[in-house]
Design a protein around this ligand. Structure first.
Ligand SMILES: Nc1nc2c(ncn2[C@@H]2O[C@H](COP(=O)(O)OP(=O)(O)O)[C@@H](O)[C@H]2O)c(=O)[nH]1
Ligand SMILES: [Mg+2]
Length: 487
């Protein structure tokens, strides 16, 4: 009898300690996304750097665990998911802290990094049981472009072709796309597909997407994976493109088109792409995230040099943000609800590169981003999600000050101009007034008179690996994303 009781007691004890351990080990799956060049790599590098060097140099005064003294230390530990590439923090921090610092090389896919953050529980029940608790933070970096593919899941190849074709016919895409469209128009959709020709045209379509993104500064790129293929580069699954005017051909003929005909092969690849690329990403990764930060560079599209396509590139950014946010509107759509369960409880929008403008421009930056997301925010079902918008600089590369201009004091910023593709990446030191950021979506008049001067700055000199990087509001980012799990 006594033995049985003891056994039961032991079992209970081990259950209790297991339970304690479980509550002990807090865990956050933090996802970082944004379109290419929005600043994801710089952001994650700075976030990791701030946490592992806490106390060295820069203050994190708006991050309560540091402010109240219960932050102990953070260190990198090996990641859980061994099949996902590691986020290369060492490489990134090395290039930033070189004698001649440069921005980390662009990345093209998904990567992960895990931090273990030690802290002293002060408020939660944990304080009775431990002097120290651990928050495990898994950070995933993935291209926002991949989320642009979500709407394709609801479309047939015909519908997608029609919509994409219509987009290709609008300014400023049309003048670049005409050549490609003419070539496709010559193809007999029911002829046996010439794979070589198909690959060649897919290549041209992909090239067009690159032009839209990098030359015209547009954001709605579909399929998004085409310009950031990661491990799928060169795979036939990425070799398809929209076929115009499918609605004009006989519906029966289209349905019965064999898989080796042009249109049959394009259709088959489109379907396969949705299944094994788009859905797979949601099922393998997206479903695990519980906090998300979306980075947006709202300043580049304001630039005076893009004045020709300024209004279009801005409208395009708005549409892209809308498409990206659709990924969080679970619950409303059956399809999405089936793909991932509602899990994300905090969503942060950050307008990046705030060091490109003077401090008084940060408030308009935030309102501008809020306007960009306003429409989608109201369309979607967000009740369960805590949301916030901030203007940040992951790595502050300028100083701000005042200067006298025509008898008036104006705020200016100063930094080293970035010289692209040059061995001497540190250009001359310049002082600029970058222009005012509009606090609402710019109207026609803005584009006519605007003189926004967005210059790419080199990272600051003299940073070291073991010091925290200069930043703007990274402590508020940490506060929003982590602090409630560290009490
Ligand atoms: N001045 C400044 N520039 C930044 C900052 N973050 C990113 N950038 C610039 O934006 C470029 C793209 O950033 P990156 O992090 O590689 O973007 P990703 O493609 O989203 O990973 C960098 O090479 C920098 O030129 C920042 O905090 N301040
Ligand atoms: Mg990157």
């Amino acid at each position: 009898m006594a033995i049985i009781k003891k056994k039961r007691l032991d079992r209970l004890k081990s259950k209790a300690s297991e339970l304690l351990n479980r509550t002990f080990d807090q865990h956050i799956n933090l996802a970082v996304t944004g379109l290419s060049r929005s600043g994801k790599t710089a952001f994650i590098t700075s976030l990791v750097n701030q946490l592992i060097n806490e106390g060295n140099g820069q203050q994190l005064s708006f991050f309560d665990p540091v402010h109240h003294g219960n932050f102990i230390a953070a260190k990198r530990v090996s990641q859980k998911n061994l099949s996902v590439p590691r986020f290369d923090y060492d490489l990134a921090i090395s290039s930033l802290t070189n004698e001649s610092p440069s921005w980390p090389e662009p990345t093209h896919g998904i990567s992960e990094l895990r931090l273990a953050i030690r802290y002293q529980p002060k408020k939660s029940l944990l304080k009775y049981t431990a002097d120290m608790a651990t928050l495990t933070l898994d950070i995933t970096d993935y291209p926002g472009e991949w989320l642009l593919d979500l709407p394709m899941l609801k479309q047939t190849y015909e519908q997608w072709s029609e919509q994409t074709h219509a987009l290709l016919l609008t300014k400023p895409r049309q003048q670049h796309a005409q050549d490609f469209l003419d070539k496709v128009a010559k193809i007999d959709p029911f002829a046996i597909a010439d794979e070589e020709q198909l690959a060649q045209l897919a290549q041209e379509y992909t090239q067009l997407l690159h032009t839209f993104r990098h030359q015209l500064g547009l954001s709605v790129i579909q399929p998004g994976r085409f310009i950031l293929p990661a491990e799928l580069a060169g795979a036939p699954i990425l070799e398809f493109f929209p076929f115009p005017n499918l609605s004009e051909i006989d519906g029966n003929d289209y349905q019965n088109a064999s898989d080796d005909s042009f249109v049959g092969m394009l259709r088959a690849r489109f379907i396969e792409y949705k299944e094994s690329v788009v859905k797979k990403f949601y099922q393998q990764h997206f479903i695990r995230f519980d906090r998300q930060i979306v980075l947006a560079d709202c300043l580049s599209p304001l630039n005076a040099c893009s004045a020709n396509s300024g209004p279009e590139s801005f409208a395009d950014l708005q549409l892209a943000i809308d498409m990206i946010l659709a990924s969080y509107s679970y619950g409303k759509s059956g399809l999405l609800a089936r793909l991932f369960s509602p899990k994300i409880d905090k969503l942060l929008f950050a307008a990046t590169k705030a060091d490109h403008v003077t401090a008084e421009q940060h408030a308009p930056m935030v309102s501008l981003l809020n306007q960009l997301i306003y429409q989608s925010k109201h369309k979607l079902n967000y009740e369960a999600i805590d949301m916030k918008t901030l203007a940040i600089a992951a790595i502050k590369s300028t100083q701000s000050g005042k200067t006298l201009h025509q008898g008036q004091q104006i705020s200016v910023i100063q930094g080293n101009r970035l010289v692209p593709n040059s061995a001497d990446v540190q250009g001359e030191r310049i002082t600029v007034f970058p222009g005012s950021v509009p606090d609402k979506l710019p109207d026609q008049q803005y584009w006519q008179t605007a003189a926004f001067n967005f210059i790419n700055f080199a990272p600051p000199r003299g940073m070291t690996k073991h010091q925290s990087l200069p930043h703007i509001r990274m402590d508020q980012v940490l506060q929003f994303l982590l602090a409630d799990k560290m009490i």
